[in-house]
Design a protein around this ligand. Structure first.
Ligand code: FE2
Length: 452
């Protein structure tokens, strides 16, 4: 896979955006930060502000996401208001045998008005196949490869990505080895109300997000609420990063699920209601009850604020969600729960209700993508026995699911110029474990979920 060229802007272009930043910076002072300031972090690396290198009217910020069985959603932004919301695509470069039409949206945030944001769903597509496509009938041409229809499959998992030199380092390491789907458990751009930074982020990640599906859920940095004016938040996130929530029976872009190659993946929302009377809770219960463990033997869950965390950063912030939903995941025999938010890497053993449990999910915190805030250095000591590996370094993770029973997880630390695999472990699918058979839900989609 080619590694994209550097997206570092020239100094002149950087300074040309200082004025813009000043204009859009004001609301940030008024929006409460969710970050905990009481711990010391390594110095972060500088922001990369990615400017548009194409003509103003050309498609930019192109990214793709899975959108229901055998379909892909293509999303992009253009200043050309008259550009059609169409995607032409085919298996041969320059020959587009199919075309699909979607819709556009836009949003305002104080003085900022977004350009047209277009979303087009294409398909049905063949698995493990390279497609070439163009957006709005306009160059440039992009290409992506669809995921396989059956195992094996490889996921990259990166949280708290941001848009710094550390981010660029992480993404370069991700692209250096092949994979199928990119999973992001929250905190994308760190725009934090400075809306041009959402555009910059879209341009920074385009070389990666246009060639493999990016499936994301929201973190606290996506909220961007403002009293009275924008009380519900997520204006930029929901407009720009449309995920397949309707395709999975959810009524909110803040939580959804999808199936890919023997894996059911649930993206939960840490920053919307999750108590037993909430829409998210009811949706999750129904979603897990429908999982067919023959068709999708593996279940992964991603969310932002970790339920298990031995770092002083964000300690306890996921606790109320854990108390509300942990039993549901346990009874569904979820295999792995990935979280972000804490800017470090931590892997737990199988856990349920704060104790090691051979029938609980493995918990992994991977909020170390490269954000501007730096690392969370302060882990509690001595390390609790349920925490097996922890390290405050930037990096990314890879989950390669080989077959119905075994998967390999690895964590890759960013060194100065290369990537180093610092942690590796094999997972056995929980519902295939003799220890857990019959103890809770059973191997297949079970009615026991309804007993909750
Ligand atoms: Fe966060």
């Amino acid at each position: 896979m080619p590694i994209p060229p550097t997206l570092e802007p020239t100094m002149e272009k950087r300074w040309s955006h200082v004025f813009l930043f000043t204009i859009f910076f004001f609301p940030q002072f008024l929006v409460q930060s969710h970050a905990s300031p009481e711990y010391t972090r390594q110095p972060p690396r500088p922001l990369i502000f990615s400017t548009n290198t194409r003509s103003d009217s050309a498609p930019q910020q192109v990214h793709i996401s899975l959108a229901g069985k055998d379909h892909m959603r293509v999303s992009w932004i253009s200043s050309d208001k008259h550009m059609p919301s169409t995607v032409d695509y085919g298996k041969i470069s320059g020959r587009y045998e199919a075309s699909a039409t979607g819709h556009d949206t836009s949003y305002t945030y104080f003085f900022y008005s977004s350009n047209k944001i277009r979303h087009v769903t294409i398909g049905p597509l063949d698995p493990s196949t390279t497609y070439y496509y163009r957006c709005g009938g306009s160059s440039p041409e992009f290409s992506f490869r669809t995921p396989p229809s059956t195992l094996p499959i490889e996921f990259v998992v990166v949280g708290d990505l941001g848009q710094t030199e550390w981010t660029a380092s992480t993404l370069a390491h991700v692209a250096a080895e092949d994979y199928d789907v990119f999973l992001l458990p929250g905190d994308l751009s760190y725009a934090d109300t400075q809306q041009p930074l959402w555009d910059s982020f879209g341009r920074l990640v385009e070389p990666y997000a246009s060639i493999r599906p990016w499936m994301v859920t929201e973190g606290n940095h996506e909220i961007e609420t403002f009293p009275i004016v924008y009380p519900h938040g997520f204006r930029a996130y929901n407009a720009r990063w449309l995920m397949p929530y309707q395709e999975s029976g959810s009524n909110s872009n803040l939580y959804y699920s999808f199936d890919v190659a023997g894996t059911h993946i649930v993206m939960l929302g840490s920053y919307t209601d999750f108590d037993a009377s909430s829409d998210q809770y009811k949706w999750l219960k129904a979603d897990l009850a429908k999982v067919d463990r023959i068709k999708t033997p593996w279940i992964l869950v991603l969310l932002h604020a970790p339920w298990y965390n031995t770092n002083s950063a964000h300690k306890g912030e996921g606790e109320s969600m854990r108390k509300a939903m942990e039993e549901m995941l346990y009874k569904a025999q979820v295999d792995v729960v990935f979280a972000g938010h804490v800017h470090a890497y931590e892997r737990f053993t199988r856990v349920y209700d704060n104790k090691a449990d051979p029938c609980g999910p493995v918990y992994v915190t991977i909020g170390d993508g490269g954000n501007r805030e730096g690392l969370a250095l302060d882990f509690e000591n001595p390390s609790p026995s349920i925490s097996l590996y922890r390290e405050p370094s930037f990096g990314h993770g890879r989950l390669r699911i080989y077959n119905n029973t075994h998967a390999r997880w690895s964590w890759h630390r960013n060194n100065e110029s290369d990537s180093f695999q610092a942690d590796e472990v094999w997972f056995e699918r929980l519902s295939s474990s003799n220890t857990c058979k019959g103890t809770v839900q059973g191997q297949i989609h079970s009615n026991s979920i309804d007993e909750l």
